[in-house]
Design a protein around this ligand. Structure first.
Ligand code: HQG
Length: 181
Protein backbone atom coordinates (compact mmCIF):
# COMPACT_ATOMS: atom_id res chain seq x y z
CA UNK A 1 0.00 0.00 0.00
CA UNK A 2 1.41 3.35 -1.04
CA UNK A 3 0.36 5.43 1.90
CA UNK A 4 1.96 8.74 2.83
CA UNK A 5 4.38 7.12 5.26
CA UNK A 6 5.50 4.59 2.69
CA UNK A 7 6.25 7.39 0.21
CA UNK A 8 8.16 9.36 2.85
CA UNK A 9 10.28 6.34 3.71
CA UNK A 10 10.95 5.65 0.02
CA UNK A 11 12.03 9.25 -0.59
CA UNK A 12 14.22 9.13 2.51
CA UNK A 13 15.90 6.01 1.18
CA UNK A 14 16.39 7.58 -2.27
CA UNK A 15 18.06 10.60 -0.74
CA UNK A 16 20.46 8.59 1.39
CA UNK A 17 21.07 5.47 -0.72
CA UNK A 18 21.37 7.28 -4.07
CA UNK A 19 22.49 10.82 -3.47
CA UNK A 20 23.65 11.94 -0.06
CA UNK A 21 24.58 9.14 2.38
CA UNK A 22 27.06 11.38 4.20
CA UNK A 23 24.20 13.64 5.29
CA UNK A 24 23.42 11.01 7.96
CA UNK A 25 26.95 9.68 8.27
CA UNK A 26 26.15 6.58 6.25
CA UNK A 27 28.90 4.84 4.28
CA UNK A 28 28.07 2.95 1.11
CA UNK A 29 30.49 0.35 -0.17
CA UNK A 30 31.71 0.30 -3.76
CA UNK A 31 28.59 -1.57 -4.85
CA UNK A 32 26.31 1.01 -3.24
CA UNK A 33 25.39 -1.21 -0.28
CA UNK A 34 24.75 0.12 3.23
CA UNK A 35 24.58 -2.10 6.30
CA UNK A 36 20.91 -2.35 7.23
CA UNK A 37 21.57 -1.90 10.96
CA UNK A 38 23.74 1.16 10.26
CA UNK A 39 21.02 2.68 8.10
CA UNK A 40 18.40 2.21 10.85
CA UNK A 41 20.74 3.67 13.47
CA UNK A 42 21.77 6.60 11.28
CA UNK A 43 18.16 7.43 10.41
CA UNK A 44 17.15 7.34 14.09
CA UNK A 45 20.14 9.50 15.05
CA UNK A 46 19.14 12.08 12.42
CA UNK A 47 15.49 12.48 13.33
CA UNK A 48 13.90 9.85 11.11
CA UNK A 49 13.29 6.77 13.27
CA UNK A 50 11.98 3.82 11.32
CA UNK A 51 11.60 0.20 12.25
CA UNK A 52 13.09 -2.74 10.43
CA UNK A 53 9.53 -3.88 9.63
CA UNK A 54 8.77 -0.54 7.96
CA UNK A 55 11.99 -0.74 6.01
CA UNK A 56 11.18 -4.27 4.86
CA UNK A 57 7.65 -3.26 3.86
CA UNK A 58 8.96 -0.29 1.88
CA UNK A 59 11.42 -2.46 -0.01
CA UNK A 60 8.86 -5.20 -0.67
CA UNK A 61 5.92 -2.99 -1.69
CA UNK A 62 7.80 -0.27 -3.55
CA UNK A 63 5.99 0.50 -6.81
CA UNK A 64 9.22 0.51 -8.82
CA UNK A 65 11.22 -1.95 -6.72
CA UNK A 66 13.72 0.85 -6.14
CA UNK A 67 15.60 -0.95 -3.31
CA UNK A 68 16.93 -4.41 -2.63
CA UNK A 69 18.30 -6.29 0.36
CA UNK A 70 21.31 -8.54 0.02
CA UNK A 71 20.43 -12.23 0.22
CA UNK A 72 21.24 -12.32 3.95
CA UNK A 73 19.31 -9.12 4.69
CA UNK A 74 22.37 -7.52 6.26
CA UNK A 75 22.73 -4.90 3.54
CA UNK A 76 20.47 -2.70 1.41
CA UNK A 77 20.99 -0.64 -1.73
CA UNK A 78 19.14 1.33 -4.39
CA UNK A 79 18.74 -0.66 -7.60
CA UNK A 80 19.51 2.36 -9.82
CA UNK A 81 19.34 6.13 -9.97
CA UNK A 82 22.53 6.98 -8.08
CA UNK A 83 24.38 10.26 -8.32
CA UNK A 84 27.12 9.11 -5.92
CA UNK A 85 29.84 6.91 -7.41
CA UNK A 86 28.82 3.26 -7.35
CA UNK A 87 29.66 0.20 -9.37
CA UNK A 88 26.47 -1.82 -9.31
CA UNK A 89 28.24 -4.84 -10.79
CA UNK A 90 25.35 -5.65 -13.08
CA UNK A 91 26.15 -8.02 -15.93
CA UNK A 92 26.20 -6.62 -19.42
CA UNK A 93 23.07 -7.66 -21.20
CA UNK A 94 21.81 -7.58 -24.79
CA UNK A 95 18.92 -5.10 -24.99
CA UNK A 96 15.76 -5.58 -27.03
CA UNK A 97 15.76 -3.87 -30.47
CA UNK A 98 14.02 -0.78 -29.12
CA UNK A 99 14.08 0.95 -25.77
CA UNK A 100 12.43 4.25 -24.84
CA UNK A 101 13.37 7.45 -23.05
CA UNK A 102 10.85 9.82 -21.54
CA UNK A 103 11.80 13.46 -21.44
CA UNK A 104 10.15 16.86 -21.76
CA UNK A 105 10.08 19.50 -24.55
CA UNK A 106 12.59 21.92 -23.08
CA UNK A 107 15.40 19.34 -23.33
CA UNK A 108 14.75 18.34 -26.94
CA UNK A 109 17.00 20.86 -28.68
CA UNK A 110 20.00 19.81 -26.59
CA UNK A 111 19.19 16.11 -27.00
CA UNK A 112 18.98 16.47 -30.81
CA UNK A 113 22.39 18.07 -30.69
CA UNK A 114 24.32 15.92 -28.28
CA UNK A 115 22.13 12.84 -27.75
CA UNK A 116 21.20 11.50 -24.31
CA UNK A 117 23.75 12.09 -21.58
CA UNK A 118 23.62 10.81 -17.99
CA UNK A 119 23.44 14.35 -16.60
CA UNK A 120 23.80 14.06 -12.80
CA UNK A 121 23.35 10.28 -12.73
CA UNK A 122 25.74 7.48 -13.55
CA UNK A 123 24.03 6.26 -16.67
CA UNK A 124 21.30 7.15 -19.10
CA UNK A 125 18.08 5.49 -17.92
CA UNK A 126 15.96 3.80 -20.59
CA UNK A 127 12.53 2.20 -20.26
CA UNK A 128 11.39 -1.10 -21.79
CA UNK A 129 8.09 0.32 -23.06
CA UNK A 130 6.44 3.60 -24.03
CA UNK A 131 4.06 3.61 -21.04
CA UNK A 132 6.93 3.56 -18.55
CA UNK A 133 8.85 6.19 -20.52
CA UNK A 134 5.75 8.40 -20.55
CA UNK A 135 5.60 8.26 -16.75
CA UNK A 136 9.31 9.11 -16.49
CA UNK A 137 8.92 12.12 -18.82
CA UNK A 138 5.77 13.32 -17.09
CA UNK A 139 7.77 13.92 -13.87
CA UNK A 140 9.08 17.09 -15.54
CA UNK A 141 6.07 18.36 -17.48
CA UNK A 142 4.61 17.18 -20.76
CA UNK A 143 6.13 13.82 -21.60
CA UNK A 144 7.92 13.31 -24.91
CA UNK A 145 8.96 9.73 -25.66
CA UNK A 146 12.05 9.07 -27.77
CA UNK A 147 12.73 5.70 -29.36
CA UNK A 148 16.25 4.38 -28.89
CA UNK A 149 17.65 1.91 -31.44
CA UNK A 150 19.19 -0.13 -28.65
CA UNK A 151 19.71 -3.29 -30.69
CA UNK A 152 21.71 -1.38 -33.28
CA UNK A 153 23.73 0.40 -30.59
CA UNK A 154 24.55 -2.95 -29.03
CA UNK A 155 25.64 -4.40 -32.40
CA UNK A 156 27.96 -1.46 -32.74
CA UNK A 157 29.63 -1.95 -29.39
CA UNK A 158 27.62 0.07 -26.87
CA UNK A 159 27.12 -1.82 -23.62
CA UNK A 160 23.87 -2.09 -21.69
CA UNK A 161 22.97 -3.27 -18.22
CA UNK A 162 19.55 -4.08 -16.84
CA UNK A 163 18.97 -3.06 -13.24
CA UNK A 164 17.21 -5.37 -10.80
CA UNK A 165 14.01 -3.36 -11.31
CA UNK A 166 13.94 -3.51 -15.10
CA UNK A 167 15.51 -0.15 -15.95
CA UNK A 168 18.06 -0.30 -18.80
CA UNK A 169 21.29 1.62 -18.28
CA UNK A 170 23.84 2.74 -20.87
CA UNK A 171 26.57 5.35 -20.88
CA UNK A 172 25.16 7.67 -23.52
CA UNK A 173 23.00 7.60 -26.65
CA UNK A 174 24.33 9.44 -29.72
CA UNK A 175 21.64 11.36 -31.65
CA UNK A 176 21.72 9.03 -34.66
CA UNK A 177 20.14 6.25 -32.59
CA UNK A 178 17.20 8.41 -31.49
CA UNK A 179 13.82 8.75 -33.16
CA UNK A 180 11.90 11.86 -32.18
CA UNK A 181 8.08 11.96 -32.34
C1 HQG B 1 17.53 14.90 -19.83
C2 HQG B 1 13.31 7.99 -12.02
C3 HQG B 1 19.68 18.05 -21.94
C4 HQG B 1 16.78 13.62 -19.69
C5 HQG B 1 12.79 7.67 -13.40
C6 HQG B 1 16.08 13.81 -18.35
C7 HQG B 1 13.96 7.01 -14.08
C8 HQG B 1 19.22 15.91 -21.34
C9 HQG B 1 17.08 14.66 -17.58
C10 HQG B 1 15.15 7.58 -13.38
C11 HQG B 1 20.26 15.43 -22.16
C12 HQG B 1 17.85 13.87 -16.55
C13 HQG B 1 15.94 8.49 -14.26
C14 HQG B 1 21.00 16.38 -22.90
C15 HQG B 1 19.33 13.75 -21.21
N1 HQG B 1 20.69 17.68 -22.76
N2 HQG B 1 18.94 17.21 -21.22
N3 HQG B 1 22.00 16.02 -23.73
N4 HQG B 1 20.30 14.10 -22.06
N5 HQG B 1 18.67 14.84 -20.76
O1 HQG B 1 16.16 12.33 -13.53
O2 HQG B 1 15.76 9.50 -17.16
O3 HQG B 1 11.41 7.39 -9.53
O4 HQG B 1 18.59 12.16 -14.22
O5 HQG B 1 15.84 13.46 -20.75
O6 HQG B 1 11.64 6.88 -13.36
O7 HQG B 1 14.45 11.44 -16.14
O8 HQG B 1 13.73 8.18 -9.10
O9 HQG B 1 16.88 11.03 -15.59
O10 HQG B 1 14.86 14.49 -18.46
O11 HQG B 1 13.97 5.64 -13.99
O12 HQG B 1 13.20 5.73 -9.10
O13 HQG B 1 18.00 15.18 -18.53
O14 HQG B 1 14.65 8.30 -12.26
O15 HQG B 1 13.21 6.90 -11.19
O16 HQG B 1 16.96 13.53 -15.52
O17 HQG B 1 15.09 9.52 -14.76
P1 HQG B 1 17.19 12.28 -14.60
P2 HQG B 1 15.48 10.40 -16.01
P3 HQG B 1 12.87 7.06 -9.63
Amino acid sequence: PRDARHIRVSKYLARHLRHDPQRIGLVLDAGGWARTDELLAAAAAHGFPLTRAELEATVADNDKQRYAFSADGMRIRANQGHTVAVELGLPESAPPPALFHGTTPRFLAAIRDEGLRPMARHAVHLSPDRETATRVGARRGRAVVLRVAAGLMHERGHTFQRSANGVWLTGSVPPRYLTFP
